[in-house]
Design a protein around this ligand. Structure first.
Ligand code: SF4
Length: 660
């Protein structure tokens, strides 16, 4: 026995057919589930040149291998497709309860193809699957949709169903739309919500209750107990959050980027990802003023965005499935300025950064409101914030006139104008309509390309490559460019990967200046980061489990226990390498030229900043590092195309022959 269900559900919205397909065991052995299974299916079944918003595109919802085994931090799900934002591989990741719901219906993944004539939702209760009319839900926001579907199915299903749905952004084909579950948790990146909207698929509703298998549940439980006990021993004095900004200020002056995985996990348990905001503002990690500012521009903003302030209005902690940390939370925002809602999910760091320092917006209250507005609409806060930042800089520099912005005075920090612009983007109204497809399209239409921060069409996550050049390599070399979750120096330092992988270099203090040098060791580090990240996604693991390090969150031991295997770390890292190579092959098949994906000049330090922790930094060897990263993967160092011998070594040629 393994943890896999052994089959997937394929729904064709053009014909209405829903059928189960068996997956050969060798696919799971080679790629696990989650992102690996999605990469295999999509690579084989989406034809070259498919229109991302057409019937040939396939939308995958996939649970990871460890989901349902009792492994901690294993409840994340992947959604993947051909991205309408980049034209290549697209994926997003989310927590909540949707991953186990997929497996409880008897599947490892759900693949949706075709286009429906009218709005539908896919319903599955583990016995049968069917498409149902969703006309009455079309036009509803994500929270309303989930609520009304729950009400409609109350008493009809044996258990409360899990719902993943789109809001108005996905319905209106905004290319920065995501897919929501759990009242506003969102798989946000790559424009996955636009693909769901293009299929007229309002929701996927799952109400199965099948058992989820595991080879050795006692061993998995023992591993989770060990981790739980370690976490219990870690505490952090309450009230300390106000000093995080001072810590970041100190980090900004240090020549290295130190971080301890255990410390990160308890910071996230105490404050959630907002713990990172003050540190990012003061250390140089978080972008300020559309990536062109310095901490001086956002002076004392670290106090305005203190995580302690947010904790004061937290009413409940939020845990994804099988997670002992619970980095999420619900907030009571009733009566606060701008509040159009009574409560909201706690905004993530990425959202606070994208609508705070990036726009020089000092109002935390407005961010609570923007967070709820964007979650309900199902729009990516990272992409939306970067796009608003571009609009403000264009306005400030005369590229956009007040006539074009329809009277909005888009000055830095104009909270009311920011709120109104986001409302227009969600509604695709007037000037907002032009911004609803992200910053690349907006700058192609209005100009100001020099202010448009995107990598290969996708807006980057809120971490600055000038602070961590390793991250810059991943922003550019990752098959879904601009994603911040694939690798950072800081992450590598915390993970101790060399203790499970023979070729991963030892963790060391990464001297920022040294990171600017092109070395084979740095390439192995970026490769190891990417492979472990893909492995984690194949397992359905959480990024913050990864950050705890291999001696806390024992992924290799978890997988061996769950699958009844006895593989070593090298074997598992090769699975990660295979997933990453397959995603890159997807891009090549779809006509994406990896060598054309470039960081914006500003992020390369051209021109360099004249103050702050990143003063004078220019990433002169960035392209050489990208080439070295490709070389380490066995991809052509000039083009980024996986070499035939690499494809053969990883057995990808044989795997694709086994495709349905
Ligand atoms: S750490 Fe946070 S994001 Fe990760 S599984 Fe737990 S609650 Fe979800």
């Amino acid at each position: 026995m393994t943890s896999f269900m052994g089959k997937v559900l394929c729904a064709d919205l053009s014909t209405g057919a829903c059928e189960a397909k068996q997956i050969p065991p060798e696919v799971y052995e080679a790629l696990l589930a989650g992102k690996g299974l999605a990469a295999w299916y999509l690579y084989n079944n989406i034809p070259a040149g498919a229109d991302p918003l057409g019937p040939e595109n396939i939308l995958a919802f996939a649970a990871g291998a460890l989901c349902g085994t009792g492994a901690f931090l294993s409840g994340r799900w992947t959604v993947a497709c051909k991205s309408p934002l980049t034209g290549g591989w697209g994926d997003a990741n989310c927590g909540g309860l949707f991953a186990p719901a997929i497996k409880q219906c008897g599947y490892d993944a759900i693949f949706v193809s075709g286009v429906s004539e009218k709005p539908v939702y896919l319903f599955c209760d583990g016995k049968s699957a069917e498409l149902r009319d969703a006309s009455e839900y079309w036009g509803h926001d994500a929270v309303e949709t989930e609520k009304t579907l729950h009400e409609a199915l109350d008493g009809v299903c044996r258990k409360k169903p899990c719902v993943a749905c789109i809001g108005p952004a996905g319905e209106k084909l905004s290319l920065i739309a995501g897919i929501c579950n759990e009242g506003g948790r969102i798989a946000a990146r790559s424009g996955v919500g636009a693909v769901m909207g293009s299929k007229r698929l309002k929701a996927v509703v799952l109400a199965g209750s099948r058992p989820m298998p595991c080879a050795d549940p006692d061993r998995v439980r023992a591993l989770s107990k060990e981790l739980g006990q370690k976490l219990l021993k870690l505490t952090i004095p309450s009230g300390l959050g106000v000093f995080i900004g001072a810590g970041g200020r100190m980090m900004g002056r240090l020549p290295s980027i130190p971080l301890d995985g255990s410390l990160t996990s308890i910071m996230f348990r105490e404050w959630g990802t907002p713990a990172n905001t003050p540190l990012a503002i003061t250390s140089g990690d978080g972008p300020i003023k559309n990536w062109g500012g310095t901490p001086q521009d956002a002076r004392l903003m670290d106090l305005a965005y203190s995580p302690e302030q947010i904790n004061r209005i937290e009413t409940a902690k939020y845990h994804c499935y099988s997670c002992p940390l619970g980095c999420g939370g619900r907030l009571n925002i009733r009566g606060r300025k701008y509040a159009g809602y009574d409560e909201t999910h706690k905004p993530e760091y990425e959202t606070i950064e994208a609508f705070g320092p990036l726009l020089l917006n000092w109002s935390m209250d407005s961010i609570f409101q923007l967070n709820e507005m964007l979650n309900r609409a199902g729009m990516d806060t990272i992409s939306a914030g970067n796009t608003v930042a571009w609009a403000i800089e264009c306005y400030e520099n005369g590229v956009l006139t007040v006539r074009q912005t329809e009277g909005l005075a888009l000055n830095w920090g104009n909270t009311e104008a920011i709120l109104e612009l986001v409302r227009k983007m969600i509604a695709r109204e007037g000037f907002g309509d032009a911004l609803a497809d992200g910053v690349k399209r907006a700058s192609e239409r209005f100009g100001g390309k020099e202010y448009a921060m995107h990598v290969g069409g996708q807006e980057p996550g809120m971490h600055d490559a000038r602070n961590d050049p390793q991250l810059g390599v991943h922003f550019a070399a990752e098959p879904a460019p601009g994603k911040h979750t694939v690798g950072m120096s800081i992450q590598y330092g915390a993970m101790s990967l060399c203790d499970v992988c023979s070729w991963a270099p030892p963790a060391r203090l990464h001297l920022k200046a040294e990171d600017l040098e092109d070395t084979e060791e740095m390439a192995l580090i970026s490769k190891a980061n990417a492979c472990y990240s893909m492995l984690t996604d194949g397992a359905g693991g959480c990024y913050y489990g990864e950050m705890m390090g291999v001696h806390m969150w024992k992924l290799v031991d978890y997988l061996n226990a769950a699958e009844g295997w006895e593989h070593d770390g090298d074997h598992y890292m090769e699975i990660g390498e295979r997933i990453q190579t397959l995603r890159q092959l997807f891009n090549v098949k779809q006509g994406v030229d990896p060598a054309s994906v470039r960081l914006p000049k500003r992020m390369l330090g051209e021109p360099p900043l004249n103050a702050g922790p990143l003063k004078g930094v220019t990433l002169g060897s960035h392209r050489a590092q990208v080439s070295a990263h490709w070389r380490a993967f066995g991809w052509d160092e000039k083009t980024g195309v996986p070499l035939p011998e690499t494809v053969a070594r990883l057995g990808i040629d044989k795997l694709t022959e086994a495709a349905p």
